[in-house]
Ligand binder design. Structure first.
Ligand code: HAM
Length: 434
């Protein structure tokens, strides 16, 4: 029996041969993760970790029954105690569950939480869309201030600048409160009714369940129809209107470029007021690399205190894919700095002790146990980009020396065993042979 990876998932490996797979190299993930967390720390976020499965009800309640996620994409199962559980399709609801359950609100009036990890959605497989994918999410809980919406958008802007990403557009919109959405929904239904037969099948279904989602349909015919649709921005009540004006004002203050996209509605039900997405010009149909918005009623809906909140999540795969497409720089893959090569059994013991010493001194080191021809071992070291090799044969053993060879210059020299660590450290700190 041959086993293969489940559809819509991927392996992260130390190295990938094809360029189109390089986003699945683990050192690139680690680099992105480190960059994100460094910035998160600067912006005052603290990390939380929640389980990858939760009670199904948490997601149906928060994301909404009519959403694509709840209606067709959840990995739901009964556990052995007959409880319905779901692999988390997103991180906001679990973060709020943890927030409420730990009574975090009692400690302070504003909380900045962040998380990363795998999310699960049973989606149709296509480039940039996976069934297990990874998000970094950030949530600010406690205050309704428009400046916090802007802090989050600024975080994304700063992150993408730091990574060297270009050709990105920040879309913002306001979807107001429940009442203005209802008024807009009625107007939208009236507008769409005469076009019903020309809508895509998907949108015809949404006409009944969630007509707002027709606005962000990817179908070209649908897009032509919705051009003239009533704009949610014309239905905002005074406070939402003011909030949106503030968001725009503070974004301008920080010189953050944005476009107003009144067709941006988001696929999860918990949002109100500000919603935003960052779209990459270098990906295919699945081009949103980060998205979020305000959700002032979710915590209360989940049984917690009445506290406003705002947040976003970044799609890690899509960010890395955009970085590769734009040839952004990454640190190189970490390699051992030295390979010890014992020539024959008698040198093995000394090399093994040297290996331990190197590691004790925090010098990443490897040993070759193959006893292959030296030429072949050097070829292997070269292929792995290991900068130094240390050769220990019978003569060296007698003289208590090793041969230290720099792989790029091929320069080699004998070094006394008791001077070895110091000599190597010296060379490594100079970055080249001296
Ligand atoms: P979302 O728009 O569902 O929002 O997902 C956020 C991001 O996750 C997307 O923009 C995309 O980059 C990535 N993503 C979503 N689904 C997939 C997939 N199947 N494959 C690859 N990447 C994907 C949320 O999840 C909200 N919880 C965001 C949020 C946080 N709102 C407030 N706080």
């Amino acid at each position: 029996m041959n086993y293969s990876i489940p559809k819509g998932t991927f392996d992260l490996l130390p190295q990938q041969d094809k360029e189109e797979n390089q986003w699945k190299e683990i050192h690139r993930w680690n680099y992105l993760r480190a960059q994100i967390f460094e910035l998160a720390h600067n912006y005052g976020f603290e990390e939380i970790v929640t389980p990858i499965f939760e009670a199904t009800e948490l997601f149906t309640r928060s994301i909404g029954d009519s959403s694509d996620i709840v209606s067709k994409e959840m990995y739901t199962f009964l556990d052995k105690g007959e409880r319905s559980m779901t692999l988390r399709p997103e991180g906001t609801a679990p973060a709020m569950r943890a927030f409420i359950e730990s009574q975090m609100h009692q400690g302070s009036y504003c909380h900045k939480l962040c998380y990363t990890g795998p999310m699960f959605r049973y989606e149709r497989q296509q480039a940039g869309r996976y069934r297990q994918f990874y998000q970094f999410g950030a949530e600010i809980i406690g205050l309704p201030s428009a400046q916090l919406d802007v802090e989050l958008i600024d975080f994304l802007y700063a992150l993408f600048q730091r990574l060297g990403l270009q050709n990105l557009t920040i879309h913002i919109n306001s979807i107001g409160n429940k009442e203005c959405r209802q008024n807009h929904r009625n107007a939208l239904i009236d507008y769409l009714k005469p076009h019903f037969n020309s809508l895509s099948l998907e949108s015809q279904k949404r006409f009944e369940t969630n007509p707002l989602r027709i606005l962000d349909s990817k179908n070209l015919e649908d897009q032509k129809i919705v051009i003239g649709a009533p704009s949610i921005l014309d239905y905002l009540e005074e406070e939402s209107k003011e909030h949106f004006e503030e968001v725009k004002k503070w974004l301008r203050l920080l010189n953050i470029p944005f476009v107003i996209n009144d067709k941006l509605v988001r696929g999860l039900d918990y949002y109100n007021r500000t919603v935003f997405e960052v779209v990459s010009g270098d990906l295919g149909a699945q081009n949103t690399i980060a998205a979020g918005g305000r959700y002032d009623y979710l915590i209360k809906d989940l049984g917690g205190p009445e506290l406003p909140a705002v947040g976003f999540a970044i799609g890690i795969e899509r960010v890395l894919q955009t970085m590769i497409a734009q040839s952004c720089s990454f640190p190189s893959r970490p390699v051992p700095l030295v390979l010890l090569i014992p020539l024959g059994e008698p040198s093995l013991q000394v090399c093994f002790q040297l290996l331990k010493q190197l590691r004790n001194h925090n010098i990443p080191a490897e040993m070759d146990y193959s006893f292959k021809k030296l030429k072949n071992i050097l070829k292997y070291a070269d292929k792995k980009n290991i900068p130094y090799v240390t050769i220990l044969g019978e003569d060296e053993l007698k003289n208590e020396t090793v041969i230290l060879k720099h792989m790029i210059t091929s320069q080699e020299e004998p070094v006394k065993l008791d001077q070895f660590i110091l000599t190597l450290k010296n060379k490594l700190s100079h970055g080249q042979p001296n």
